[in-house]
Design a protein around this ligand. Structure first.
Ligand SMILES: Cc1cc2nc3c(=O)[nH]c(=O)nc-3n(C[C@H](O)[C@H](O)[C@H](O)COP(=O)(O)OP(=O)(O)OC[C@H]3O[C@@H](n4cnc5c(N)ncnc54)[C@H](O)[C@@H]3O)c2cc1C
Length: 460
């Protein structure tokens, strides 16, 4: 009996699963086959920090409208599942010791407000800030949105006494937080399967076309070559999205960067269990002692440890009040590379991340001499040059891509899966569809703003 499907999705990471879910559950296209050579969600989608935010730069409202939609959809899933994936709304807290950066926080918040992220509220004295509740929101329904800008050391420390006394300002975007990506993905996969989606364990080896359109996909599965007839093929291959598009002779404008994260037992409780995602925005020099500095200065291989490191080190508590675990992530060395299945991880990462984190959380210095045993992992941010995703048709009829989801693929997965499913069913596309299509690079108007987009594409 030959295998047939209406849509075949290559890749059961969060992007492929969200596509299958939106096709089957929300749009009623039930004859969908999902193919992956690994168990679902085990390549990149289980390596993330699992955070989300509607806090994005312009110059247009594409990213904010897209993320607002994605968060709406995640909230619907949280609601219907009894919040099985523990979505919260604690927000992100960016802190700085630099007056120029404080001004940039204000400009960014004004822009985000104009583009639809919600209102900016400014708190610049301890008398005027009574309405700001830093109390963290474990309730994903919390109505608070937009951002709170805290100005002045006293105001920052009144609400966040545990962060560095050097912080003179902090911005707290509120439609933001985190969730369990694994549980959200598995919930969507189960729903998709109940609506007819079939999972095949195997590797997509070839995509056949006839008369310029997709007709069949070859999958190597358990020593057999399966030939699956299908008019629609979705490339959701994560780090290998470029390779899979290459099976159709298509070259995608993407590259991959290796990013790492560390999980630690914060047994001293330096990160309060009710903290938001905490981010130190300023560049810094790592706090080494005199002997360490002299030692590192001697060798070419270690001298870089004495150079300036970029801003952006961040952490959040992982697990409930009974847990001591924290996640730390710091993109100090975005290494562009051809993706390989088991990427090489920097053995110094944990030590560097802990030292860097002491800039915002001085209590971390207690771990310099006795570091808790770190668990290190990592994966790839697959990116376009302006850090916007690729979602939509590819140049061969019947072929589609959902990829280049960079460091935001979990939070974007729902709006991305919905958008691709809408492309496939031929439905009414949202206004942001154009900004994420592969065709955008042919548009002279888009090319004019590309440079600005490249400069502004925020990353965490
Ligand atoms: C350290 C780190 C932190 C991050 N933090 C966040 C965060 O806080 N918030 C957020 O939203 N995002 C975050 N991300 C980004 C997010 O994890 C990714 O954008 C997302 O997981 C990408 O999902 P994907 O489905 O495109 O790729 P993947 O999860 O990699 O899935 C792709 C799948 O395709 C399969 N595949 C590839 N080729 C083939 C083939 N030929 N045949 C069959 N199967 C194939 C693979 O086996 C894999 O399972 C982070 C990423 C990293 C690395």
């Amino acid at each position: 009996m030959p295998l047939e499907s209406d849509v075949l999705v290559c890749g059961a990471g969060i992007a492929g699963i969200a596509t299958a879910y939106h096709l089957a559950v929300r749009k009623g296209i039930e004859n969908v086959i999902l193919v992956d050579e690994r168990p679902p969600l085990t390549l990149t989608s289980d390596k993330s920090t699992e955070c989300y935010r509607n806090w994005w730069p312009g110059p247009d409202d594409s990213m904010i409208a897209f993320m607002n939609r994605s968060i709406d959809l995640m909230e619907e899933l949280a609601e219907e599942s009894g919040n099985i994936f523990r979505m919260n709304r604690r927000g992100y807290l960016f802190a700085t010791a630099d007056p120029d950066k404080a001004e940039k926080f204000r400009e960014a918040a004004e822009e985000a407000e104009r583009l639809g992220a919600g209102p900016l509220r400014i708190h610049d004295s301890i008398d005027s800030d009574y309405e700001y509740s830093a109390q963290q929101m474990d309730n994903f329904h919390a109505p608070v949105s937009g951002a709170d800008l805290l100005l002045g050391k006293e105001v920052v420390h009144r609400h966040f006494p545990y962060i560095s006394g050097k912080a003179i300002a902090a911005i707290h975007p509120r439609r933001a937080g985190w969730l369990s990506a694994q549980q959200m993905g598995m919930y969507m996969l189960e729903q998709a399967r109940e609506h007819g989606v079939r999972f095949i364990s195997g590797r997509v080896e070839a995509v056949e076309t006839r008369g310029g359109r997709v007709v069949e996909v070859e999958v190597a599965s358990k020593g057999e070559a399966l030939h699956i007839g299908t008019p629609n093929f979705v490339d959701a291959a994560g780090p290998f999205v470029g390779h899979v598009a290459g099976l159709l002779g298509i070259e995608l404008p993407v590259f991959a960067e290796l990013h790492m994260k560390v999980i630690l037992n914060d047994y001293l409780g330096v990160v309060p269990r009710d903290a938001p995602l905490l981010i130190w925005s300023d560049p810094q020099y790592l706090p080494w002692n005199k002997e360490e500095r002299e030692f590192f200065a001697k060798s070419e291989e270690t001298r870089w440890l004495l150079e300036e490191f970029p801003g952006g080190v961040h952490t959040r508590p992982e697990g409930g009040p009974e847990s001591n675990m924290i996640l730390i992530l710091w993109d100090y060395k975005n290494q562009v590379m051809d993706p390989v299945p088991d990427p090489p991880l920097d053995p110094l990462y944990a030590e560097i991340a802990i030292r860097g984190l002491s800039a915002i959380l001085p209590g971390m210095s207690a771990y310099f001499e006795r570091m808790p045993k770190p668990i290190l992992d990592g994966g790839y941010y697959v990116k376009t040059r302006e850090n916007r995703p690729l979602i939509g048709p590819m140049p061969v009829e019947g072929s589609y891509v959902i990829g280049a989801l960079s460091g935001y693929g979990i939070m974007a997965s729902n709006a991305a899966g919905e958008l691709l499913a809408t492309h496939i069913e031929g439905g009414q596309l949202p206004a942001y569809a154009k900004s994420f299509s592969l065709e955008r690079y042919q548009d002279p108007e888009y090319r004019k703003v590309l440079k600005k987009l490249e400069e502004e594409s925020w990353e965490l």
